[in-house]
Design a protein around this ligand. Structure first.
Ligand code: HSE
Length: 440
């Protein structure tokens, strides 16, 4: 059978890896897919770069629409990124009856409902393994491997840039800004790292995983997102003293009230495997009712790791593209007419535990007042750590840090009591609040 023909939009790092791996492993890939897979056309505004990436025998064009218009192309790989032209091209490729493979988490997390509906109507596949956690086959695991389960929750380190920064902050005791500069110098962080450090990239990825885990529409606009820019080195140190590490987690959870969907720094017990995922690596823990807790670990970015996911999608499409559309794996794991309308909970309704740090006047009655307000709000304390004033503020200091770990509490209740605590004259600086996940 003649090879399936693929058109590539965007000849950057991942495109280059896709060419290399397809060529290097072409025999094995063909034996798995049942026929050869060939990228026969590449579009990139930088045609010289595209020519270099593609090598001989591949048609290179500047206009992506030439690829979409080519009737010989069966699958279009979109590696342009962003919500702009990429959205237009993906919709045009679908309208032209092409299957689409994309690594574009931003596009699918924000416009997924429209894109999947268009693909469903046209009977084509939109595959996106590379959009979440790079080379880790987490979409495959959630959509197929764990299909017997009622998934209860998942939590992941799904942004390598921020995990690298947090690892460095902990290892070297450095502050966020210093480590960010170093990460940019080493090429771990983009020149504009906003999406990574503000948690947006992780938000896109957890939104996609949540949709597949629970069969709900993609709803990035409902996700609660906080990044790591406000994290202080001293909180990483205190967390360590209490037996925790701070990680930027993407979390989604099924509760009786609805779905939690959130990204924020979290204390994780140091003994958990997830707490020991260091540097730019990614990992996702998924808890299903039948299987229990499972862990997926690997490289979340990079040329060949991401190409590994792109090619897995190419193989899936090659195997399935002649199958009746109704017999393929649904885009979001659940059939479109069987999606759930479980609501995504506002953050105030989320129940979790907390790390609180209060800079207080070191005088009689302060601790009693603080714990009294927490008790009145029904918030139970799990642990308290108080540093000696001299250690915190230097010789003769009259201030100290009071660190409190709470048991589970409703976020709205915690917000109210934090406002009361902040108003106390003996609380001298803005209170630090970091959520805590036991992941048990
Ligand atoms: N910028 C992402 C990260 C990789 O740092 O993990 C692509 O999603």
């Amino acid at each position: 059978m003649k090879p399936i023909q693929v058109g590539l939009l965007g000849a950057g790092t991942v495109g280059s890896g896709t060419f290399k791996v397809l060529l290097r492993n072409q025999e094995e890939i063909k034996r798995r897919a049942g026929r050869g897979i060939e990228i026969t056309m590449v579009a990139d505004l930088d045609t010289a770069r595209a020519r270099e990436v593609a090598g001989e025998g591949v048609k290179v064009v500047a206009d992506a629409r030439e690829v979409i218009a080519n009737p010989d192309i069966d699958i279009v790989i979109e590696l342009i990124g962003g919500y702009g032209i990429a959205k237009q091209l993906v919709l045009e490729a679908i309208a032209a009856g092409k299957h689409v493979v994309t690594a574009n988490k931003a596009l699918l997390a924000v416009h997924g409902t429209e894109i999947f509906a268009a693909a469903h109507a046209k009977g084509v596949m939109v595959a996106f393994e590379a959009a979440v956690a790079g080379g880790i086959p987490i979409i495959k695991a959630l959509r197929e491997g764990l299909t017997a389960n009622s998934i209860q929750w998942l939590a992941g380190i799904i942004n390598g840039t921020t995990n690298f920064i947090l690892s460095e902050m902990r290892d070297k005791g450095l502050d966020f800004a210093t480590v960010l500069k170093e990460a940019q110098r080493l090429g771990y962080a983009e020149a504009d790292p906003t999406f990574d450090i503000e948690g947006v990239d992780a938000g896109h990825k957890v939104t996609l995983m949540s949709a597949i885990a629970f069969g709900i529409p993609v709803q990035f606009d409902k996700a609660h997102i906080e990044g790591i820019t406000k994290l202080a080195a001293q909180d990483i140190k205190y967390a360590e003293q209490l037996g925790y590490r701070i990680k930027l987690l993407g979390i989604t959870k099924r509760t009786a009230q609805g779905i939690e969907l959130r990204v924020h720094p979290s204390l994780v017990p140091s003994k958990r495997l997830l707490a020991n995922v260091e540097g730019a690596m990614n990992a996702v823990v998924v808890h299903g009712d039948a299987v229990g807790t499972t862990l997926y670990y690997g490289k979340g970015a990079g040329s060949e790791p991401t190409a590994s996911a792109v090619i897995a999608d190419l193989v899936d499409i090659t195997r399935l593209h002649t199958a009746d559309a109704a017999h393929r794996v649904p885009h979001l794991a659940f059939h479109p007419d069987a999606m759930s309308d479980l609501k995504v909970l506002p953050m105030a309704e989320v129940v979790t535990s907390y790390y609180l740090r209060l800079r207080v006047a070191d005088q009689a009655g302060v601790l009693a007042k603080v714990t009294g307000l927490l008790a009145t709000a029904g918030i139970s304390i799990d642990a308290v750590l108080q540093r000696e004033a001299d250690e915190v503020g230097g010789e003769g200091s009259t201030q100290t840090d009071l660190i409190i770990l709470t048991h589970d509490a409703r976020e709205g209740t915690v917000n109210d009591v934090l406002a009361e605590l902040q108003a106390l004259p003996t609380v001298l600086q803005p209170i630090v609040r970091i959520r805590k996940e036991e992941l048990s």
